[in-house]
Design a protein around this ligand. Sequence first.
Ligand SMILES: Nc1ncnc2c1ncn2[C@@H]1O[C@H](COP(=O)(O)OP(=O)(O)O)[C@@H](O)[C@H]1O
Ligand SMILES: [Mg+2]
Length: 250
Amino acid sequence: MSQTTNGGANSLVIEGVDAGYGSVRALEDVSLRVDTGETVALLGTNGNGKSTVMKCILGLVRPTKGRIVATIDGVAHDLIGKTTEAIVDLGIALVPEGRRLFPKLTVEENLMLGAFRPKARASIKTNLDFCYTTFSRLAERRQQLAGSMSGGEQQMLALGRALMLSPRILLVDEPSVGLAPILVSRTIDAIKELKDQFKLTVLMAEQNFHQAIRIADRGYVIVHGHIAYEGASATDLNNNDIIRQLYLGT
Ligand SMILES: Nc1ncnc2c1ncn2[C@@H]1O[C@H](COP(=O)(O)OP(=O)(O)O)[C@@H](O)[C@H]1O
Ligand SMILES: [Mg+2]
């Protein structure tokens, strides 16, 4: 399949980024990297800047300082100053927080809308088949309106839609939000499965620490817009005091 033949490096480097909304400073001196084939977790509770990092990568928020470089199939691209469309065209897909589906369109229509990246158009059929094979529930429900599906099904659809872009780098913003615990596990498992199948490089923002580190190779903790801790492995994160304070209240 075309989407599994990713040659070359696909990585992301963020260096010294400041960003905000008007006078609200949301990120300060944020640096992080995701190497080829890694799953990196960006961990933090509400309002600490996770989504803003995602928005900076996609050009939806403009950093006032710093660099963001994505390497796609071995070619480095400076993302700052590029339009969101150009960034997506490179092969960077975001599964946004809250999923942002088109509720009045069917499952299949939502998937087809994901395939607007020119390079993905050639592989629409393969990608659609792949989505339906991976998420059999989507195949059964292809004519159902997206808005009438359960939260877990909608999250699968949001992941499927991102895959229709044939991405190299997948950004997933808080996939667990609003899902029952059993569906959170399934969603996290699905991200791991997709990453393996598509050989993706994944940056996942999560508040749900224990679920995120099940599939993350390593991670960062963001507190008040600042990287407070960089964990070299899931074990390292698990044994850290900052995490205990943030997540376990001890
Ligand atoms: N559109 C916006 N306008 C003003 N402030 C915002 C906006 N979006 C986010 N913020 C602020 O930026 C900070 C980081 O928010 P966000 O990146 O959404 O955090 P997280 O995703 O970790 O919950 C918060 O203080 C939030 O209130
Ligand atoms: Mg968020």
